[in-house]
Design a protein around this ligand. Structure first.
Ligand SMILES: *[C@@H]1O[C@H](CO)[C@@H](O)[C@H](O)[C@H]1NC(C)=O
Ligand SMILES: *[C@@H]1O[C@H](CO)[C@@H](O)[C@H](O)[C@H]1NC(C)=O
Ligand SMILES: *[C@@H]1O[C@H](CO)[C@@H](O)[C@H](O)[C@H]1NC(C)=O
Ligand SMILES: *[C@@H]1O[C@H](CO)[C@@H](O)[C@H](O)[C@H]1NC(C)=O
Ligand SMILES: *[C@@H]1O[C@H](CO)[C@@H](O)[C@H](O)[C@H]1NC(C)=O
Ligand SMILES: *[C@@H]1O[C@H](CO)[C@@H](O)[C@H](O)[C@H]1NC(C)=O
Ligand SMILES: *[C@@H]1O[C@H](CO)[C@@H](O)[C@H](O)[C@H]1NC(C)=O
Ligand SMILES: *[C@@H]1O[C@H](CO)[C@@H](O)[C@H](O)[C@H]1NC(C)=O
Ligand SMILES: *[C@@H]1O[C@H](CO)[C@@H](O)[C@H](O)[C@H]1NC(C)=O
Length: 288
């Protein structure tokens, strides 16, 4: 084998060995929406695009926020971009950061050149817009996912869902400005319902409560009938969301502990979420 062939072989080998790790693809969103508000597109290389890129990379690389809520803006009118990322309230901080990082990349792939966009994973969501979006209830668009299986007894199930939901809604709405999340379970005859509800915590208690009521009221009429009477579903507005299943899907009771001393740095003396007894305690209050 002559040396140029060897060189070729070695470089192919190099590509085979190292390329996959250089370009690990982000998982697909469960849902996204970037066209339903029908605003015009930004142009390539515009100030808006530069602001958006800089905002998304700040979100992806943030290591200060440890409560799962990101609200950032970059630039000045008319090129100002505002973004919110929100992790499900029960997940670990490293999982949250990884999810947010992935979402910042995915949103550019699925919504190229869109002035505003909304992408939803199971564990986090991201949205950005040139509009002001902080402290505002946004109920457009909504996205959903549903389990195709129907509940055994719709009357019993709906009653239990309503009871559970009313409880969780009050708990989540009364959370603080860093987290408005609640999870819990409720028996529905032979089935047990497990549910979570969450608002972006920039909303007031009243705003959160009203957003959650609106998202709950979607159930009977939305989604081509695919959500009503099903054993599991997720409904997401930009400002609030709910999910239920007949199996436990959330992390159990959370306790706040100081971070281990060896990784303590002056800039990161935050809280760490630790799960205790995830198999015995499902119902917990918002802790901060
Ligand atoms: C979306 O916007 C375009 C251009 O502004 C317009 O032509 C079109 O009719 C709009 N579509 C809808 C569904 O509103
Ligand atoms: C924005 O661009 C996308 C394709 O890149 C296109 O499908 C969409 O219709 C455009 N939106 C508007 C409002 O022009
Ligand atoms: C955007 O900027 C890059 C680098 O300056 C340039 O190569 C590219 O042609 C530009 N694209 C457009 C559509 O202007
Ligand atoms: C975000 O993910 C990419 C790969 O998907 C990785 O290269 C990068 O280091 C991550 N950034 C942070 C801050 O974790
Ligand atoms: C649930 O909590 C445990 C313990 O903190 C953590 O390791 C795990 O990643 C959490 N699950 C998710 C989905 O964040
Ligand atoms: C982010 O994407 C990477 C690469 O695909 C994947 O391994 C990781 O699980 C994703 N993070 C989350 C929280 O889904
Ligand atoms: C956002 O962008 C759209 C489309 O370019 C524009 O119609 C709207 O006025 C902008 N809103 C703000 C607050 O800049
Ligand atoms: C971002 O969120 C934090 C925590 O809720 C809040 O204190 C801060 O005022 C928010 N910033 C903006 C620009 O809304
Ligand atoms: C529901 O949660 C409570 C804690 O609030 C727990 O005691 C109970 O075992 C759970 N029920 C089921 C069926 O998991």
């Amino acid at each position: 084998m002559d040396s140029s062939k060897l060189e070729l072989l070695l470089s192919l080998l190099y590509i085979l060995l190292f390329q996959p790790s250089l370009s690990a693809a982000q998982p697909n969103f469960n849902n996204y929406d970037c066209t339903s508000n029908n605003v015009s597109n930004y142009t390539t290389n515009s100030t808006y695009q530069r602001n958006l890129n800089s905002l998304l990379s700040s979100l992806a690389s943030d290591t200060q926020i440890d409560y799962g809520f990101y609200n950032l803006s970059v630039g000045e009118f008319p090129d100002r971009v505002n973004a919110i990322a929100l992790c499900r309230g029960d997940i670990a901080v490293d999982v949250c950061r990884s999810c947010v990082n992935n979402s910042t990349r995915k949103i550019l792939q699925v919504c190229p050149n869109e002035m505003e966009a909304f992408g939803v994973y199971s564990l986090c969501m991201i949205r950005y817009s040139n509009r002001s979006i902080f402290g505002v209830v946004d109920e457009k668009p909504y996205v959903y996912m549903a389990n195709g299986m129907s509940v055994l007894d719709a009357t019993v199930f709906n009653q239990a869902l309503q009871t559970l939901f009313a409880r969780l809604r009050a708990k989540a709405a009364s959370g603080n400005s860093l987290k408005k999340f609640a999870s819990g379970n409720q028996s529905a005859g032979v089935e047990t319902i497990y549910a979570t509800v969450q608002c972006t915590p920039d909303l007031s208690e009243e705003q959160c409560s009203s957003c959650l009521l609106d998202v709950f009221r979607l159930i009977p009429n939305c989604c081509n009938g695919n959500v009503k009477g099903k054993i599991g579903a997720k409904l997401n507005y930009p400002s609030c969301n709910l999910r239920w299943e007949v199996v436990n899907f959330f992390n159990g009771t959370l306790e706040i502990l100081p971070p281990p001393p060896q990784i303590l740095s002056p800039s990161s003396q935050g809280r760490t979420w630790i799960v205790i007894n995830p198999l015995t305690h499902f119902d917990f209050d918002v802790l901060i």
